[in-house]
Design a protein around this ligand. Structure first.
Ligand SMILES: NC(=O)c1ccc[n+]([C@@H]2O[C@H](COP(=O)([O-])OP(=O)(O)OC[C@H]3O[C@@H](n4cnc5c(N)ncnc54)[C@H](O)[C@@H]3O)[C@@H](O)[C@H]2O)c1
Length: 354
């Protein structure tokens, strides 16, 4: 059996999920890690017994001949570091969600992967939740009839939680978006992991089969980490662990617990199967891109005051354009980052677009 040399870029919270996946697969060996913050680098290295540590990701990539590279940094670094990694021609790159902060960046990542023959996957690991696949199979088998509406609630801006929720809609329905209309409010100078985000937003998404998705970001009640799918013959309530099904064929609600392996392990296992040519990875980059396309279409609808038809042709981030051009004036000044608590030591670095 081949053994794949893996390296992780970024040793913060999500890198533990990648490590859990890789540690559980016999043919993957995490041989090196990179992070400019010594505390993060050494803490991670010591915890998992990885002596080969770099403060500079490029140095690691040049020295280590990696087969698999994980990108576990904040969103703004996903595109540049994926491009840097692909240029060293590993077999696969697993980049965290959201894939990028604009559609143009997603395309650059896909180009970098293609021209270097690298398999690029985005870590929408919830696709490996057994409950989500159960919901997908139930809907395909007609358990709720024709899907008509999906409602999902998220927070922390569209890119963070909501990229998972839009990916859920696409994965469970098995369909792409046709058009999007949306709006947003940004009256405070709000950032999430150094990416500018809105205070509140909503999007309506028309899917190919006619179902309408409704996404509420910090509006109307708690987040679900899932959604409700309404069909002509029933309802599915979905969260990360279970499906609740009500169908015209049944007497009451049926609760179905998702049974399956940890999604981080399943994600890593499928990466090896993809490298070996046995399957296409469920998180293949076009899926990460499609979630970003819907998010950017919601922002573009707010910018242009129109229904945005897919495919989206705006490559820049419309929310960043609106902020730069003064179309979203901050009424309560003072930048703040809702994830600043993730920074290390004395770092209080203010939000940047870099
Ligand atoms: N898939 C999921 O469910 C999930 C869950 C949590 C986070 N995430 C995503 O993972 C990403 C990282 O989030 P996090 O919570 O782990 O953040 P974090 O702040 O805990 O970790 C990020 C790490 O990257 C390091 N870093 C910064 N610049 C770097 C560089 N140039 N090279 C190498 N390392 C660098 C930081 O020092 C830090 O240790 C985000 O994009 C987030 O959306 C996804």
């Amino acid at each position: 059996m081949s053994t794949y040399r893996a390296g992780i870029i970024g040793c913060g919270s999500v890198s533990h999920m990648h490590m859990r996946g890789y540690q559980s697969i016999d043919s993957i060996d995490v041989v090196a890690i990179a992070d400019p913050v010594e505390e993060a680098l050494n803490g991670f290295g010591e915890r998992y017994g990885i002596p080969t540590r770099y403060k500079d990701a490029r140095e690691m990539l040049d020295a280590e001949q990696l087969d698999i590279v994980s990108i576990c940094t904040w969103h703004k670094l996903h595109a540049p570091l994926t491009i840097v990694a692909c240029a060293r021609k590993p077999k696969a790159v697993l980049c965290e969600k959201p894939m990028a902060t604009s559609l143009g960046e997603c395309d650059q990542m896909i180009i970098a992967a293609r021209r270097n023959n690298v398999k690029l996957a985005i870590a929408h690991q919830r696709r490996f939740n057994a409950a989500w696949t159960d919901a997908r199979d139930l809907i395909a088998a007609g358990a709720i009839g024709e899907p008509r509406q999906i409602v999902a609630r998220g927070g922390q801006g569209l890119l963070n939680d909501c990229s998972h929720l839009l990916d859920m809609m696409r994965y469970v329905l098995g369909e792409d978006a046709q058009w999007v209309i949306g709006n947003l409010e940004r009256k405070t100078d709000r950032y999430e992991r150094q990416t500018p985000i809105e205070d509140r937003s909503a999007g309506i998404i028309q899917f190919e089969g006619g179902a309408i998705g409704l996404l509420l970001q910090e509006l109307a009640g708690p987040n679900y980490q899932g959604g409700v799918f309404y069909g002509t013959e029933g309802i599915i309530e979905l969260d990360e662990r279970k499906v609740r099904l009500l169908s015209s064929q049944s007497v009451g609600w049926e609760e179905r617990q998702g049974q399956g392996e940890d999604p981080n392990i399943a994600q890593a296992r499928e990466l090896v199967e993809w490298i070996e040519g046995r399957v296409e990875h469920r998180g293949e980059a076009s899926n990460g891109r499609a979630a970003i396309e819907i998010i950017m279409a919601i922002y573009e609808s707010a910018r242009l005051h129109e229904v945005v038809q897919m495919p989206l042709r705006t490559m820049a981030s419309p929310i960043e354009r609106m902020i730069e051009s003064g179309d979203l004036p901050v009424e309560r000044p003072g930048p703040y980052d809702i994830r600043a608590f993730l920074l290390w030591g004395e770092d209080m670095s203010g939000p940047t677009f870099a």
